[in-house]
Design a protein around this ligand. Sequence first.
Ligand SMILES: [Mg+2]
Length: 358
Amino acid sequence: MKITAIDTFTLRIPTAKPIALDLPEHRLVVTRVRTDAGLDGLGYSLVFGGAGSEAVEAYARRLAVLLVGEDPTQVGRLWDKMYRADRGIRKVGVAGYALSALDIGLWDVAGKAAGLPLAKMWGAVTDRVAAYGSGGWGSYTVEDLIGEAKRYVAMGCRYYKMKIHDPDPVANRKRVEAVKKAVGDGVRLMVDVNQKLDVDAAIRQARALEDFDLVWYEEPTLADDPAGCAEVARAIRIPVATGENNYTRFEFRELIERGAARYLMPDVCRANGFTETLRIGALAAAHQVALSPHVVHELSVHVAAALPNSFLVEFIDWTPGDLFEGLPKCEGGAFRVPDRPGHGIALGPDAEKKYRLG
Ligand SMILES: [Mg+2]
């Protein structure tokens, strides 16, 4: 089998309230892998909030050139070809998103060629992955927060994650307290700093939340600063989670070696695709660190189902009903892993026409 062409384009998808209060749109940079065997693979990177999608698309086009004429089922070899191309451009940031989209498309072809869902190709440990409801942005009113948390609880989720973006630690504490009271003891909470604090402020904020039995305290410092994250982790009593803005197994190795987090959260659309995310997951397993993949649950469920050390996928309920076909539904707080070959997701029949940019 040979790759004959890769169609690269961007979808711009408006979000609904309350998410739209903070993020009015997301973008998907799509890389559709076409082959001479009549199998197509759908690759994409979710550019959350949309910023920089033009650069991701441009670099994905550049990497796609390297793949045309190649056998798409040799994913590891092609991953390496892309990763080692352009020595002056490390595969982090924009380049990591671009490589991820193509890797995901290649794996979709490989799964379809094998007739297996990806989780089973990778030796699945389960066919069902528990999820946590996620959102709770800083622009939400307390009513928005509680409303969103309760919608996830109604879908069976036993966990809800909210942002703590107010500069005043006491104001954040009040918001967490209000949600905790509304959802009750049967639902545990996580909080997300989203890199907004320095080490001292992150420690002070965490100490103001220690009595809520939080599952984790996420991205306390800049993702560029694993030493700072580790300093916070040592100083607070809430387990730290991080990794959605880290891109390679080498970055994750450093996080592990520094003891920077108990939960690592690679994003398959950033961390150089399924190929590298599986390596990160195995590395974490060797250190008894849990993996909780970031967003894109429709793709992450395959990774989580294939790894013994996975703990929850993130579920942000933002996707309009006509964007995808085959989107897994959250039932009883969990997603059943799609049983279709490949990752099992396709664009909806009108999605390209409706959402395509340019
Ligand atoms: Mg986060």
